[in-house]
Design a protein around this ligand. Structure first.
Ligand SMILES: [Zn+2]
Length: 134
């Protein structure tokens, strides 16, 4: 995994929305909040990756989860996905490691492994060297 990716997932396991952060962070985004609100009636799980492999909810994750639950008026299920495992936090606050990983987990890992939008960049930055001005 290279970058943190966030998925909003329906009860049926459909990925409703996704976005990407950077190697070490998934910054708060107004677009993500809008997507959460837009999909609030069909939203079951909010999952994000930890490319560093930490199978735990960070203090920032807990703050964000509390804010989302407060905004929606109900507690969602949350998931942290690493290369090796999936950690859930259920609406009652209990933590569990997934025994059976749903299909979207593989998609989330693949998205997280890619440098940009599902494709790994190959030295593409050389094509974008700014020219001299004027
Ligand atoms: Zn996290």
């Amino acid at each position: 995994m290279l970058v943190e990716v966030c998925f909003l997932v329906s009860p049926e396991g459909t990925v409703l929305w996704s976005d990407r952060g950077t190697r070490g962070a998934l910054p708060d985004s107004a677009d993500r909040w809008r997507a959460i609100w837009h999909h609030r009636d069909e939203l079951a799980v909010i999952a994000h990756t930890h490319p560093g492999g930490l199978l735990a909810f960070s203090p920032e994750d807990r703050t964000t989860m509390a804010a989302i639950d407060a905004a929606l008026g109900r507690a969602l299920r949350y998931a942290v996905v690493t290369d090796r495992a999936v950690l859930y936090r259920d609406p009652d606050g209990s933590l569990s490691v997934a025994a059976d990983e749903p299909a979207w987990v593989a998609h989330l890992r693949a998205a997280s492994a890619a440098e940009h939008n599902g494709e790994v960049a190959h030295g593409d930055s050389q094509h974008h060297v700014p020219g001299t001005l004027g």
